[in-house]
Design a protein around this ligand. Structure first.
Ligand SMILES: [Zn+2]
Length: 358
């Protein structure tokens, strides 16, 4: 768990200036950087969506910020630092995260790449891309980091294979890759919705809505993919989440075509699987997260498919050391209008509130 160090920091003018240089409006910069390997047109929507929650969050934060959180930073800021604040909210209250990032009253962000020293990182085959970690405004931050992984969207991902399990053992269930296989497609292309729209496009849209909801609630959000392509395979996505988030939710639509409802891929009950690390130490938390989220989605008005869970041996779960699920929010026949995506995002956010409260 990552906890913020609460309370306003007394920053020197120099430190504040440095912090600002690193933090002010990085959203747009990183979004553009992030879209570097995809068509230029895909950078624009990401930048817009990154800017939108920042503006809204500043308003919310300003309304709810206690006066005491504001005054120390203002009092210690020199005129030079104050001039650096022009255009930003005048309420820069510092709160340093566990990773050393200094929060402001704006949504800030940083790029996160795969560190080759991280456990299991060596099993990744596609890892040149970057995720983006968004920090909630200081006055509403709750200290929890949620990884939202928009399923699919890795160009060339289906031409490469990675080990299904960290130890090279065979899969215990079927799925995209058959039972008994030791290697699986690094990132599959995903399904097409009934109208021909790619799953990767719809999961991206949903992820962006979820991001905004979570930031407004004070969660930090690690976004694996916000554009059409990110060069991170399923192993890399999982290892990044393991090291920079408190839980990991991958968003998917299933390949059937009868609007089957919502479910998550639960951890197979096979002993050999549940005795394999890191599954052994984490499977109960994976299942608790999944059950909590699908229950919240049911409460939000969605039907569940067969009780809301299906056992599946997935690369994601096989490498996860934080609570982690593949969430199937529907299938190729399911509605994905903006209203439905909002409803899904509200349910996911409510489920996360419940998960972290217990
Ligand atoms: Zn999928």
């Amino acid at each position: 768990m990552k906890r913020i160090r609460t309370g306003a920091l007394l920053l020197t003018a120099a430190a504040l200036t440095l912090a600002l240089a690193g933090c002010v409006n990085p959203n747009i910069k990183t979004s553009k950087d992030f879209g570097g390997s995809s068509p230029a047109s895909s950078g624009a929507p990401a930048a817009e969506s990154a800017a939108a929650p920042a503006a809204g969050s500043v308003e919310n934060a300003a309304e709810s910020a206690p006066a005491s959180a504001v005054s120390p930073a203002e009092g210690s800021a020199s005129s030079a630092a104050e001039s650096a604040l022009s255009g930003a909210a005048s309420t820069i209250s510092g709160a340093e995260t566990a990773s050393g990032h200094v929060r402001t009253e704006e949504v800030t962000s940083e790029s996160v790449t795969l560190d080759p020293a991280w456990e299991y990182a060596a099993n990744s085959k596609i890892s040149s891309g970057a995720a983006t970690l968004y920090y909630a405004p200081a006055s509403i931050a709750n200290g929890h980091v949620v990884c939202i992984n928009a399923g699919h969207g890795t160009k060339g991902g289906s031409d490469v294979k990675t080990l299904c399990h960290p130890d090279g053992s065979p899969k215990v269930t079927g799925g995209t890759t058959g039972e008994g296989a030791t290697e699986a497609i690094a990132v599959s292309t995903g399904i097409d919705m009934k109208d021909g729209t790619h799953e990767a496009e719809v999961t991206k849209r949903l992820a962006l809505v979820v991001k905004d909801k979570l930031l407004a609630k004070g969660y930090d959000v690690l976004m694996i993919r916000e554009t059409d392509d990110v060069q991170l395979d399923n192993v890399a996505r999982t290892v990044i989440a393991n090291n920079r988030a408190d839980c990991h939710i991958a968003l998917h639509y299933d390949g059937t075509d009868f609007d089957k409802g919502v479910f998550f891929m639960s951890v197979p009950s096979a002993d050999v699987y549940r005795n394999m690390e890191p599954v052994k130490s984490h499977f109960e938390e994976h299942n608790r997260l999944g059950r909590t989220i699908v229950k919240a989605l049911e409460n939000a008005g969605f039907k569940l498919f067969e009780g809301g869970e299906m056992e599946m041996d997935l690369t994601q779960t096989s490498y996860s050391t934080v609570p982690s699920i593949d969430l199937e929010v529907g299938d190729s026949a399911s509605d994905y209008s903006e209203a439905t995506l909002n409803q899904l995002a509200d349910g996911i956010a409510a489920g996360l509130d419940t998960f972290f409260a217990s």
